[in-house]
Ligand binder design. Structure first.
Ligand SMILES: [Zn+2]
Length: 136
């Protein structure tokens, strides 16, 4: 089954789901999404890398109002956005499953439905708690 995603360039793989970042050979910086040059040292010896799929919540917030276009949702409900520390890089992403989080809480990468287009579910990446649906 084909998994439809909001932007294929964000992913190294969708099964298992893995984000595609880039790593600089000159200074070691990792970035997400992948870039053709390094934003830290301006080096161009960068390669695409699959980023770690587990990390911890570095910071988070919960939005209680629907995002304005061009962002879209089919069925709005309050949602959380966080910065996730994956080790070599901190990634901004959707925190799925609940709206209260703890700094340092372990999370794992998942595919989450963003919207439905002509009956086809379109996914983006998100992170879910490794502790389940309850705030620890
Ligand atoms: Zn660099």
């Amino acid at each position: 089954m084909v998994t439809h995603v909001v932007d294929e360039t964000l992913f190294a793989s969708t099964d298992p789901v893995t984000l595609r970042g880039s790593a600089c050979a000159d200074c070691g910086a990792h970035v997400f999404p992948a870039m053709a040059s390094c934003p830290v040292c301006a080096g161009v010896d960068v390669t695409a890398v699959a980023l770690p799929t587990e990390g911890t919540v570095w910071s988070w917030t919960t939005q209680h109002f629907a995002p304005k276009p061009p962002f879209r949702t089919d069925e709005f409900q309050p949602f959380s956005i966080g910065y996730i520390d994956l080790g070599p890089v901190i990634v901004e992403g959707w925190l799925v499953g609940r709206t209260t989080w703890q700094i340092g809480e372990p999370v794992r990468l998942v595919l989450a439905k963003a919207w439905t287009d002509a009956g086809i579910d379109v996914h983006t990446f998100g992170f879910e708690s490794m502790a389940g649906g309850e705030t620890p």
